[in-house]
Design a protein around this ligand. Sequence first.
Ligand code: PMP
Length: 362
Amino acid sequence: MTTDRVFNFSAGPGALPLAVLKEAQRSMLSYGDSGRSVMELSHRSPEYDAIHREALAGLRRLLAIPDQFAVLLLQGGASLQFSMVPMNLMTRHRRADYLVTGNWAKKALAEGRKVGAARVAASTEAGGFSRLPESDEIDLDPEADFLHLTSNNTLFGTQWAELPEAGDVPLAVDMSSDILSRPVPWKRLGLVYAGAQKNLGPAGVTVVVVRSELLERAPEDLPTMLNYRSHAAKDSLYNTPPTWAIYILGLGCRWVEEQGGVAAMEAAATERSARLYRAIDASDFYRGTAKVEHRSTMNIPFRLPSEALEAAFLRSATDKGMTNLKGHRSVGGIRASLYNAAPMAAVDALLEHMADFARDHG
Ligand code: PMP
């Protein structure tokens, strides 16, 4: 089979490493010599159990997750976590703070408000979410049950270089679009969650890493499937997990380890994004939309002088084998998403296209 593959700049589900896809292809019909696809293995079988444990162990190793945190593999996407986080954790003072830095943060806040007194501790919506709040703009409630934030704003291309200080209030962080692209400061964290479909693997599995002592906070009458404790007690095998997605997640972790782990992912992400930002900043034709100090290494949004030119840019990019460069429908413009699996060659191709297009239309 040929692998006539494009450079895929999708914001998610994102590109996966070719080596992972090839290995998955091999085990599609028979996993090892089992004579069964991974998808056909019982989730109680020894073969699947090894796959499951390896995915969990891979995440723990790569992210250097301390023992006092539980790692959960759940379904429902990051969006279900917008509800599960407050349902499980907003139980002490029934108040939580939210940093509203993009559409996903807004959605998390809206779900938090259905559970308790979710409050905006800072918002950058007035400026179109083109930046993050400065520390003196953040008004923290020291009795908040948690402070929720989005570490990387997928639509707007902003990213916290360092997570904000919150004193004794545990941080609950949506890392959907930058997990495994840099080290995680566990000391300050209560909970992290991420849909797998950008930096980790395919859609269908969501990783939640939660400090074990926080598991005690969930009310007894919380529905079983919505209670982190149910999943933690059974190593995420309380019910049938998304076995295929977890299998690919495990392959993805192994691939990252082979590349040199999180340090290598961070170096590559820094290099990829820096090259694009340099080109944007050096040109009068392209214009970055995020505040320079808050720029993301994962999602790089930029504009051209007109929407007509943007449409033409996207058309000719597609012709050259570069897809999914269109900005989110709520933002417009161009967005290059460069997650862990993005090869430097994708950046080279995009830079060449940008130079050609600016020369022809500038
Ligand atoms: N949070 C962030 C930062 C996202 O980029 C997304 C989009 N994938 C979501 C949450 C929603 O994720 P899901 O589609 O897995 O619910």
